[in-house]
Design a binder for this molecule. Sequence first.
Ligand code: SF4
Ligand code: SF4
Length: 188
Amino acid sequence: MPDESTISEKAPISPEATFLAEVQQRSGETVSRCYQCRKCTNGCPLVFAMDVMPNQVMRMIQMGMRDELLRSTTIWLCASCQTCTARCPNDIDIAHVMDALRQMSREAGVAAEQKIVRFHEAVLDSIRRYGRMFELGMVGHYKLATLDLFGGAKIGIEMVKKGKLKFLPGGIRAKREVREMFERDQGE
Ligand code: SF4
Ligand code: SF4
């Protein structure tokens, strides 16, 4: 688990005054309410792998540390399990804040975990095309995007043998509505 020295050991920072307001506006969460009780960090199941702890994420937003935070691996390792959100005494939806940070990191072109970004894109592309997840197509998209053609092949073969991966996408009735939802999002 990273310790509290993670922030102070970094190079001199250039605080950005508008960062807090921007994150709050995009996430709809009042990050300024965080008083560093660390309940979020103490409950997070992935903190052992993170470079910045969830409570530090909140503090870095308050301090305007845009560049350091948008380049962190934590925002991509977060699994959106919402344990932190459920534990926060100030009703801050931390998982939602992480979503906003991921979007901002991607838009800024500084995402640290490119394979996770490619995975997110493959999942969203599958849902945009078929209205729901088509796992085999999603895996193909991800493999081509990362050029990791053979990683996990053994598990994939086992899943096909057990009928867990379908060869054709299943249909849903609201496919058009799902596509329109994506188009609206891109238009904003
Ligand atoms: S939502 Fe993310 S930060 Fe919060 S507990 Fe889960 S993995 Fe940790
Ligand atoms: S649980 Fe809430 S108030 Fe406590 S450190 Fe985490 S975000 Fe801040």
